[in-house]
Structures are given as C-alpha cells and as structure tokens.
Design a binder for this molecule. Structure first.
Ligand code: SF4
Length: 235
C-alpha cells in the first residue's frame, strides 16, 4: 500500500496548517503540489540511503565530506513545509543525491545494511522519479507500527527544523561547529547553557532576549564568579 493506494495524490502533514489537522492529500494548504510533495518524499528516501553508507564510514572512524553534510542539510531545509516549490531544483537535488550515493558506494563497497534506501538507484527522468516516489511515501509500509511511523516522522521534522537554523547560519557566513552544536542543544530543549566570552554574531539583542527567556541562556562573566555559580557555593 502507498499513498496512491489510499487514493491520495500526496500525503504531507508536517505543519500545523495541514488539511483538517490530518494531512494534505490533494494539494497543500500552503500551495504545495502533489508533484513537489512526491519529489520531496523521494529526496528524503535518498538521503536515508546516503546515511546508510555514511554510517559505515562513521563506524570506521572515517571523515564524512563536508559537502555531503552540507547537501543533507540543504535537502532537509528544502523539503521543510513550504520552503521550496521549484520542481527543477528538486530534480537537481535528486540527481546530486544519486551521484553522492554512488561515490560513497565506491568508498565503502557493498555494505551489510542493504536497505532499499541504500540499494535504490534513481531513474533518469522526472516522470520515472515520480512513479518511484510512491514507495517513498510516508504511508507506504502498511505493516509499520503507527507509533514507529509517527516517531520517525517526528524525528525527521526535528532534523528539518535544526537544518533550517544551520542553513540560515551558513548562508550568513556563520558556518561554525559551535553554532551548530548550540542550535542542536537548544532544539533538544537543553536549558541554562553558558555562552561567551563574545556572543555569536547572529545573536541580535532580540534573538538573545528570546533565548534567555526561553532557554535560560546565560553569559559568562569571569572565571571566579562563573565557577561559584556553577558550584553554587563560595570558593
Ligand atoms: S507543508 Fe503544506 S502540504 Fe505539508 S502539511 Fe503543511 S500545508 Fe500541508
């Protein structure tokens, strides 16, 4: 069973505007077309495949090319809600995803985790891609436990959210691991983080105030006072 078997032209429920609070199935409330929604499903399918190979490299302690990380982040951001409705961009990203996957295959060789994500090869035409996109749909695996499906999607949407921040920071020239780490910690709801001695440049006064109010973000002062605060005792 897939989206089409359910009689849906698309299935997207990644934002609060989703039709009837359940899912956009004919066209997005935001204007997303079935073509874009289905290309986005296939893009997510493809980066899961790339991740299967990336995990092997990581487990071996090998370095993941920065351009691959940038690509994954860009795909996650591009497929977030109504960020991008350009089918040409989606097809280009799909073609790039296949090139990356094939390059990784040449590095890892045949991997143990032969998932459909890893073994799938993208066809050449958009028409064929759209046909294949059916099996990348959220509802495709009928046997999947609904709670697991839901959890997977929730994690995916969290990653899309993190990538949005990462993407904006990168576009503004703040491609710092520390910034990515901070955003990841905040997205996980970690509070009471100390920052300093200088603030990241993307923190305008309004953004800083929001983070202070929401996440109890604090600025470091001097070493003695900070240690006192952390230990909650006089030294
Ligand atoms: S992003 Fe668009 S298509 Fe998806 S649930 Fe929201 S309104 Fe519907």
């Amino acid at each position: 069973m897939n989206n089409m078997d359910l009689g849906y032209e698309m299935f997207c429920y990644q934002c609060e505007q989703t039709a009837n609070g359940k899912g956009c199935t004919k066209i997005g409330v935001c204007g997303k077309t079935p073509e874009i929604a289905n290309l986005q499903d296939l893009l997510i399918f493809q980066i899961k495949g790339i991740s299967c190979y990336g995990k092997v490299l990581q487990n071996e302690g090998q370095h993941i090319d920065k351009n691959i990380i940038r690509f994954i982040e860009n795909v996650l951001f591009t497929t977030l809600t109504n960020v991008n409705f350009d089918s040409k961009v989606h097809v280009e990203l799909l073609n790039e995803s296949q090139r990356i996957k094939e390059n990784l295959r040449t590095i890892t060789g045949e991997i143990h985790n032969q998932t459909s994500y890893a073994t799938y090869d993208l066809p050449e035409t958009k028409t064929q891609m759209l046909k294949d996109a059916q099996f990348a749909g959220i509802m495709y695996d009928k046997s999947l436990d609904p709670d697991i499906r839901s959890l997977r999607q929730t994690i995916l949407y969290g990653l899309k959210g993190i990538s949005a921040y990462g993407h904006q920071a990168r576009e503004l020239g703040y491609e710092q691991k520390a910034v990515a780490d901070l955003l990841a910690l905040l997205s996980l709801g970690i509070k009471g983080i100390y920052l300093g001695p200088t603030l990241p440049a993307f923190l305008s006064p309004n953004v800083l105030q929001y983070l202070v109010d929401t996440f109890d973000l604090r600025l470091i002062t001097n070493a003695e006072d900070d240690i006192k605060t952390c230990l909650k005792q006089n030294i």
